[in-house]
Design a protein around this ligand. Structure first.
Ligand code: ATP
Ligand code: MG
Length: 500
């Protein structure tokens, strides 16, 4: 299949999401679609998949214009779309979700459950997903849900599969699995459009690329003809030096301990202790399953501790009441915006204000003006790209939603910030400004704990790095001791530090 999208334009109210964009995908290629947050990638894919129509422009397949593209027509043309946001019904089983809208029937109206079940399980097994097709979706974790979304696209033979940031919730092993599935399908003749903000992924899996910037087409070409540095420049439209942020901002780590943890034990981690100092950035890292996820949520009081204690300078924390924890000056940016972050029915401005109301607001009334002023300040600080801040949060691009969630927490001016994968889905340029922001928070005397598994992030941020292996502390590395190799060795258990 050769896909050509020609001269596509699309506006949402005053926002021109796409301006005269042309885009070609050849057969049997993996095509990386690159661009900053809000560049128009998802919008272009929605048009291709028939979610909505373009204001102008055409879609051609093998030289023939496709009129009135709709999701149904896209499916008939063997185009499948794995969306940026999860789209599963939590109350249905895995196989019911996979066949939703495309049920196998027997006799006349009866769904052929057995056949669906067997087919779904076959696909899940071919992915080595370890997922049982009978499971109710709400029992799966985010990574597994993402795998189900991918499996759904693999059910029926397809010619073009669109993947919009499929890996934000996956660990490295799962990403490798996904890539080998993609390679296998490519060999069988399937093309892919692959969207990701992670450059190493683009460079390891894609054959060709197209860059969009601000809704316009910038460049297409072969991946082998550019490097990551050039790609970043194309994306952001200027040269970009990945300086070391900490070099420019004086650290001010003091002796004072703003959060003391002793013997923290939960279901998947045990006996974790640390002192977080004023002005310090402590990074926690570990492979999936090492306990970092649960540690993050329990630090914030969202999942129960079995043993241990957390203490602020003014006394121990009661650890089961998020509101109480917030009022004691702790803020948390949760991971997985897709599931835990946004309230989809509220506006951008209201989403931005949420934490402020819980932690800081006094009195009964909210003034719109004040709310707006606070949002405007955040928007400027993080470069959030919005039409109107009264629009629904879901009208924002994925990365811009993540920025709103960050800003929500920055507003409450806490003493301790716990950030769980704060730059998920955020473009390269904006990542840099978020790192700067985090380093500045610390320089202002906050204590910051960042959970991440991306080495560049650890390198940019960490004053110290706590590595978990199978639920236990494998090492606490000082800034001088941090290297990619050391972190790899401790997090895989090949090296152990003598800790008491
Ligand atoms: N339904 C909508 N209503 C209003 N504006 C929208 C809607 N969908 C997209 N937009 C706007 O169109 C622009 C492009 O958004 P799009 O989601 O295509 O970006 P993206 O390149 O996918 O970004 P990201 O990497 O952050 O996901 C953004 O400014 C966004 O706010
Ligand atoms: Mg998007």
């Amino acid at each position: 299949m050769i896909l050509e999208m020609k001269n596509i334009s699309k506006s949402f109210g005053a926002v021109e999401a796409l301006k005269d964009v042309s885009f070609t995908v050849h057969s049997k290629e993996i095509h990386g679609l690159l661009g900053e947050n809000g560049a128009g990638k998802t919008t272009l894919m929605n048009i291709l998949a028939g979610t909505f129509g373009p204001d102008a422009g055409t879609i051609e397949i093998d030289g023939n214009i496709v009129e009135g593209m709709s999701p149904k027509k896209a499916a008939e043309l063997k185009i499948r779309f794995i969306h940026q946001e999860l789209n599963l019904c939590n109350d249905l089983t895995v196989f019911q979700n996979m066949f939703l809208g495309e049920e196998y029937t027997k006799q006349r109206w009866k769904v052929d459950k057995k056949r669906e079940m067997e087919h779904a399980q076959k696909v899940l097994d071919s992915m080595n997903s370890g997922i049982d097709a009978h499971t109710i979706v709400c029992e799966l974790d985010t990574a597994q849900k993402q795998m189900v979304e991918i499996a759904r696209a693999l059910l029926f033979s397809s010619e073009l599969i669109i993947m919009d940031e499929p890996t934000t919730a996956l660990n490295n092993r799962e990403i490798e699995k996904l890539f080998s599935i993609m390679q296998r399908l490519k060999a069988e003749g399937v093309s892919f459009i692959y969207i990701s903000h992670k450059m190493p992924e683009i460079f390891s899996i894609c054959d060709r690329f197209t860059v969009l910037r601000d809704g316009t087409f910038i460049k297409s070409g072969l991946i082998k003809d550019i490097d990551e540095h050039q790609a970043t420049e194309l994306l952001i439209g200027k040269s970009f030096v990945q300086a070391h942020i900490k070099d420019g901002i004086a650290a001010s780590i003091t002796e004072e301990v703003v959060l003391k943890a002793r013997g923290l034990t939960g279901q998947s981690f045990r006996n974790v202790s640390f002192d977080l100092h004023r002005g310090e950035i402590l990074v926690c890292t570990g492979l999936q399953g090492s306990g970092t996820d649960e540690l993050a949520t329990s630090l914030f009081g969202a999942s129960n501790l079995e043993a241990g204690m957390l203490e602020r300078p003014d006394g121990p924390l009661a650890m089961h009441d998020i509101k109480a924890v917030m009022k004691r000056g702790i803020a948390m940016v949760p991971r997985n915006r897709k599931e835990r972050g946004i309230l989809p029915d509220l506006s951008i401005r209201n989403n931005n204000s949420l934490s402020f109301y819980v932690a800081k607001h006094k009195g009964l009334f909210v003034t719109m003006r004040e709310e707006k002023e606070r949002f405007d300040a955040s928007q400027k600080r993080l470069g959030i790209k919005v039409g109107s801040d009264l629009d629904a949060i879901t009208s924002l691009s994925g990365g811009n939603q993540q920025k709103v969630i960050l800003s929500r927490w920055l507003e409450i001016d806490a003493d301790v910030y716990i950030m769980d994968n704060p730059t998920q889905g955020i473009d390269v340029g904006a990542k840099f400004s978020i790192y700067t922001l985090i380093v500045e928070l610390a320089a202002q005397g906050k204590g910051v704990i960042v959970f991440t598994s991306e080495y560049p992030e650890i390198h940019q941020l960490a004053d110290r790095c706590l590595v978990l292996y199978k639920g236990s502390t494998a090492a606490v590395l000082s800034r001088d001791e941090i290297s990619e190799a050391a972190i790899m060795e401790y997090s895989t258990g090949t090296r152990k530090e003598e800790l008491n």
